[in-house]
Design a binder for this molecule. Sequence first.
Ligand SMILES: Nc1ncnc2c1ncn2[C@@H]1O[C@H](COP(=O)(O)OP(=O)(O)OP(=O)(O)O)[C@@H](O)[C@H]1O
Ligand SMILES: [Mg+2]
Length: 262
Amino acid sequence: MKERNGDSSTERRGNGSGEPVIELKGVTKHFGSITAVEDVSFEIRRGEAVALLGDNGAGKSTIVKIISGVIAPDRGEILLEGSRVAFQSAKEGRAAGIATVYQDLGLVPTMNVWRNFFLGAEATKTSRLDVRRMRNETAHALAEIGLRNLTSVDQNVMRLSGGEQQALSIGRAVHFEQKLLVLDEPTAALSVKETDRVFEYIGLAKEKGLGVLLIMHNTANALLVAGKVIVMRHGKVAARYDLTGTHDDMLPTINAAISGVE
Ligand SMILES: Nc1ncnc2c1ncn2[C@@H]1O[C@H](COP(=O)(O)OP(=O)(O)OP(=O)(O)O)[C@@H](O)[C@H]1O
Ligand SMILES: [Mg+2]
């Protein structure tokens, strides 16, 4: 029986029911004399969205880079579905199931939609690119996530709006059954309407059982989809909130934690 725990916004936020997709334990990273991240531990479960919030320089993007394999931590460990991983590159992270969507990275603007969709996962047939299959699969997958306004999967990605580009990136993660979707400021450059759409896609990713790590400057927006909040300050976890079943307005509390006002 489906458990009900309150109003629709609480349900939308939802909590992961499954196993942890990823666990960080005591992760620490220095850049020279700067401690960007210190002793950070948290986990994200299947079907759960965790918002990582904090002021500029709090260490959020460094966490993203560590999780996705762009940089290695100095200390601590990362478990992906229970097994320890130590990625040497973003490519390795991607191959293991970590899909990272940056505000303006991850797509090649001068390539068309289907090439971008299959970037790094190209389908081949007798060692040649299976173009027909990739075009069809891309069109099908994008229609499934509601990107129906695309006139053609052959058009260049630079002609898509910011929201459509995000949708393409998220759709790609869902389609290739990645385990964790990491979004670093995915809506920073988007209109309100486009932002809403991105939230819908995040909801879809959760439904499909992906764990989601969401980084945002707008706390109110993050609370629309996140079941848990982790606040970072000066590289450390300053506060954690589990929003499942919470009916209180947590916005002032969380914003106070972000700015360090007790
Ligand atoms: N490659 C680097 N070399 C030196 N210092 C770095 C490097 N990357 C990050 N830092 C420093 O580490 C700290 C954390 O940076 P990070 O980018 O993780 O913050 P953030 O929370 O993502 O901030 P923002 O909200 O502005 O994106 C900052 O003091 C930053 O200057
Ligand atoms: Mg950042």
